[in-house]
Design a protein around this ligand. Sequence first.
Ligand SMILES: NC(=O)C1=CN([C@@H]2O[C@H](COP(=O)(O)OP(=O)(O)OC[C@H]3O[C@@H](n4cnc5c(N)ncnc54)[C@H](O)[C@@H]3O)[C@@H](O)[C@H]2O)C=CC1
Ligand SMILES: O=C(O)[C@@H]1CCC=N1
Length: 270
Amino acid sequence: MKKKIAIIGSGNIGISLAKGLVKADYTSAAQITLTRRSLDHLKPFEVAGFNISNDNKTTVANADVVILAVLPQQLNTVLDEISSAINPSKHLIISVISGVSCAAVKDKLGNDVEVIRAMPNTAIAIGQSMTCIASDNASAENLADVTKMFETVGSVVKINEDLMTSATALCACGIAFFLRAIRAASQGGVEIGFHADEALKMAVQTAKGAADLLLLHGTHPESEIDKVTSPKGCTIAGLNEMEHNGFSSSLIKGIKLSALKAGNLYTKEG
Ligand SMILES: NC(=O)C1=CN([C@@H]2O[C@H](COP(=O)(O)OP(=O)(O)OC[C@H]3O[C@@H](n4cnc5c(N)ncnc54)[C@H](O)[C@@H]3O)[C@@H](O)[C@H]2O)C=CC1
Ligand SMILES: O=C(O)[C@@H]1CCC=N1
């Protein structure tokens, strides 16, 4: 991979993405420039071989692929800064920013530039992201290239752009939801007799086993649950108690609220 990549806004997801791409051998650190307003935070990444900068415009001018990874409320400033450095025949824009349409990015950068939205999650740092991608104007070739790129760091699903906020809630925010579930399970484990560190280890491996059962068997969760719930047993007792207290309902409501919020994070005015 010869293309130079600029990551504009190297915070949590920008850094996770950069680490993941290098770990997967998709590219080298030397091909990636990380930008952030304060360079102090990026010094450790310079030591690791990445280029670092606080000059978005020059970084974009020198790149082929521009990954926008600032917060929605920081985007307009960035787009105003880089717009004069954009060359539609050279640059491909990838935006991981929640709630910002391809059209909104093109509004500021020009309609000729190809924009692909990608919604990864932080597991991208370890090659385990669920990334959804969408575009309203990218060529089949660029879509295929970007799919290939994100496939080196996890699974990819192409979706319609109007489902991007839903993908944000289910997959990007979803990491936090499942982590909280694991944390809660470990707290339950402590109440029933385990030390915190062993309870957490047990909860993590159990959660991984549950996810892997679905991935490897290709089964529905209820079919795997049926294999655990012995008649008159302790699993169904615990499971039903959780449902009486709104376990599924609470997850569903949380995901719906996150999706709603994801759609309202950005305004054109800034
Ligand atoms: N954190 C996550 O798991 C995911 C986040 N996203 C999206 O990615 C974007 C970034 O989210 P986070 O990484 O969580 O936020 P963050 O706050 O950790 O990262 C944003 C970074 O942009 C930098 N920044 C702000 N203005 C800048 C400018 N003018 N020039 C250069 N850098 C600038 C900030 O210093 C910060 O380091 C958001 O739009 C979010 O919706 C998408 C998927 C997952
Ligand atoms: O919480 C947020 O707004 C971002 C978007 C998805 C994950 N983190």
